[in-house]
Design a protein around this ligand. Structure first.
Ligand SMILES: [Zn+2]
Length: 74
């Protein structure tokens, strides 16, 4: 995948979190993550059977990480 900022090739890797990787509108205590509101989006995209590991592309040049959570084959 090409970086949309600088057009360099991005590296595919993983982001992992024991309690799952989510985007939330508001900062939450990790212990409270089980109480998800509707402003919580699981970023699970097929890297594992659970949401604890997600695929992520990293650009070394401009220090960006992109997570596509559409769950398609990478
Ligand atoms: Zn870049």
């Amino acid at each position: 995948m090409k970086c949309p900022y600088c057009d360099n090739e991005m590296k595919l890797g993983y982001i992992q979190c024991r309690d799952g990787v989510q985007w939330t509108l508001k900062k939450q205590l990790v212990a409270a993550l089980s109480v998800f509101g509707k402003e919580c989006t699981s970023l699970a995209n097929g890297a594992a059977d659970n949401s604890n590991v997600v695929y992520a592309y990293k650009c070394d040049s401009c220090k960006k990480v992109i997570i596509d959570y559409s769950n398609r084959e990478v």
